[in-house]
Design a protein. Structure first.
Length: 218
């Protein structure tokens, strides 16, 4: 009689343990599913190191054409979309360099060649509706080939970003998201990068922004 009275609580305990294991397994499955369903970030950093086409360790390698940019990330919109886009990229560069100055690093210098690469990449992604460092058909790292052809070397990086925002808010939203993301922040605040080009293209609400950074100019 005593053995039977002990077996009933034991049975109940085993049932409770089995139920707890089932809940734990279900929780793990839900966590895995949730992780798998997390959407891709709208920005993806890519960093690489390119071999120098010639030995150049002097300060002459740190050269480029700089441009003054406005101090706000909100562009002055006009009827000219090109002017509005230009104003936005100016503002983005200014905001990035303000953050670099706060860290004690020199400003990134805008270069025409890098700007053209960034613009071409943004246009290609906007026209073909993708967001990637790779060509969707050839899987080529497009920016790497462009930089090699022009003779850039040392550390290089490409940041690609997509957003659905009106143009007058795009700059502020982009800056906040870039510096909230640790990977993107580490690229933009890296003192090893000296040059930058920023390009963007969109249809008025959906935008692609590309930043191309380099350590050494040709």
């Amino acid at each position: 009689m005593k053995n039977r009275s002990l077996s009933i609580p034991l049975l109940m305990l085993l049932m409770l343990l089995g139920s707890a294991c089932q809940v734990t397994d279900q929780t793990l499955e839900e966590e895995i599913y949730s992780t798998q369903q997390t959407p891709d970030r709208p920005f993806r950093p890519l960093q690489a190191t390119l071999s120098a086409p010639q030995v150049s360790g002097s300060s002459d390698a740190i050269k480029g054409m700089g441009e003054d940019a406005p101090s706000t990330v909100r562009p002055m919109l006009t009827g000219d979309l090109d002017a509005a886009i230009s104003s936005t990229t100016d503002a983005l560069l200014s905001a990035i360099n303000v953050r670099r100055a706060l860290e004690g690093w020199p400003p990134l210098v805008r270069q025409i060649a890098l700007t053209e690469i960034a613009n071409n990449r943004a246009i290609d992604m906007a026209v073909h509706a993708y967001l990637s460092h790779e060509d969707p058909e050839t899987e080529e790292i497009l920016v790497e080939n462009m930089l090699i052809e022009l003779g850039y070397h040392g550390r290089v990086a490409e940041l690609v970003y997509a957003a659905n925002e009106p143009l007058d808010r795009l700059g502020e939203v982009a800056i906040d998201e870039w510096f909230d993301d640790l990977d993107t922040r580490s690229v933009l605040l890296n003192p090893g990068f000296h040059f930058i080009g920023i390009g963007m293209m969109g249809d008025g609400t959906t935008w692609k922004i590309v930043q191309v950074l380099a350590e050494y100019a040709p």
